[in-house]
Design a protein. Sequence first.
Length: 651
Amino acid sequence: MEELLSAAESRTLTSVCRAFLPQGDSGWLASVPTRAARVLGQLPNRGDVDQLRMLLRLLEVAPSNLALFGSTRGFSRLDREGQQATLRAMAGHPLGLIRTGFHALKILSASLYYADADETGSNPTWESLGYPGPLIPAPATPKMIVPLHIDTATALDCDVVIVGSGAGGGVMAGELAAAGWDVIVMERGGYSNEADFHQLEWEALQKRYLYGGLLSTADQSVGILAGAGLGGGTVVNYTTSFRTPDRVREEWARDSGLDLFTSPDFTRSLDAVCQRLHVNQDHNRPAIREEVLARGLAALGWHVDRMPRNVDSCTQDDLCGYCGFGCVRGAKQSMLKTYLQDAFDRGARFLVGCGAERVLTEGGRAVGIAARTGAGHLVTVRARTVVISAGAIETPALLLRSGWRRPVGDHLHLHPVTAVWGRFGEAIRPWTGTIQALYSDQFADLDENYGCKFETTGIHPLFLGFAQAWSSADQFNQALRQLPHLSVIGILLRDRGKGRVAINRDGAPIVHYQVSAYDQRHFRQGVEGAARVFQAAGAREISSSQNRPVVFDPQAPGALEAWMRSVDQVGYGPNQTTYFSWHQMGSCRMGRSPDSSVVNGRGETHAVKGVYIADASLFPSASGVNPMITIAALAHHVARGLIAAGPPYAP
């Protein structure tokens, strides 16, 4: 721990972790601070670590502790109740930076205590939570793609190098390889398949999500989860496969000046990717938590429909529900199962664990990518065409490292999500069953096509620990022990507000974003609506996802109205309400004007010839729906345009 933190900072971190968590002398609890320091060393932005270290130091300085939290002594010298009182003061502090520190330390402590697993794949807290941990052993499924082995500085040549292998890069690789192009796919993450899916939540987060799931906005107000590894987010997403809504297509055509979005060609691209990904509504057996959702919606007379999903032979039984860690049964039709396999079968080459550092250009035209493996070996790929499909965070970061300027990184949308929780008398076992079978668009159009969707998903200790409010270690522990009886409604917002991706001095991305006042009003309506659904479904207790507990008995007269006043009092701003982003988009958007967009209607950058983008960063604004199908269709459009233009041109 001393390698990253000073001895004094380590002592304070130990005191903070112990104050957040229930008392006990187990080795598991004692190991949390050491594991926490290790995780801090993995943060993508060293500035976040420096801020947290400063907070740890301030907590021990009596004058600052008195001024900020009303305590006359340093944190580690307080008794347990004094420490927890200080943490409560941090949670509700008027200074956003203090709330940010509370939020980061709470998530770190709770995640490692309740969700991490030891070397045997178990966690001593799971029995008290009523959580079984893994249900199916990882099968011995062979890997069907064989990446290149790089153990020294390497130079390669190809027709097209594709950076990123998710919904955009996968389609590009499959389509171009089928057309006879010499394709190299470059992926900074690893390569996992069913044999690696151990159904361990923390392990999956660390190995198959961008930056180990530790990325967030600069103020820590929105946690950012994006897939990382061969297949990208399609390996760990929830199989939700919405087509781009017609009204969004019309809006994008109008705002971008491109008739592409309303064209028959784009419709054909949507059709093509839905067919290859096996999108269907035949695998929609509701889990108990979704039966609860449907029951409440039906009682209110509100919209509910079956979820389109890209699965094949999905069993949808009580052993399902772990799809966010990777599908053990191989039913999810990810890019690994479809377009990437197609590309490999047609001769495409794959670089895994290889991060792109910059785009190489000569005479105003792209000529390749400079990259580096995890072991530090330099890889230079010379290519006639460069396609960047690294996602709406990493794509602009790569371009910024390569010398591009704004509007690269601008117009970022995050589809922020918060949740409302319902506790029921019946056993919900929310980690089981179909990952997402139903949804509601009752609140999708609150104002000019902006609003929120209701979706639910499998709940495991990590997400619950992230989202549950904390007022004391005992209260928090008791809240998590309600897990078997909890259901959740996720409130997925189509955000009108926007942010920006920048880079720090090391070239790592920094995400500047806050939920706007306009979007907060829509969240408020969504929170109240979700509470009404649970109330109609017969919940015994309903709570918000805020940094202070706001709970009510839905059967008490006037309780909902009083609860909403309490929710309003806590607020919907940064680190007042807990927000996550599973969908990042718009940071290199497509349009006619170089002043407000990064690429043209063919997907080629305005600034440099031969560089194409094919991922969610192309979106002119938020899609309002889970974006996988829209990303894949745009990549299909870009690929077909390149193929139609003829053989790859020489640089």
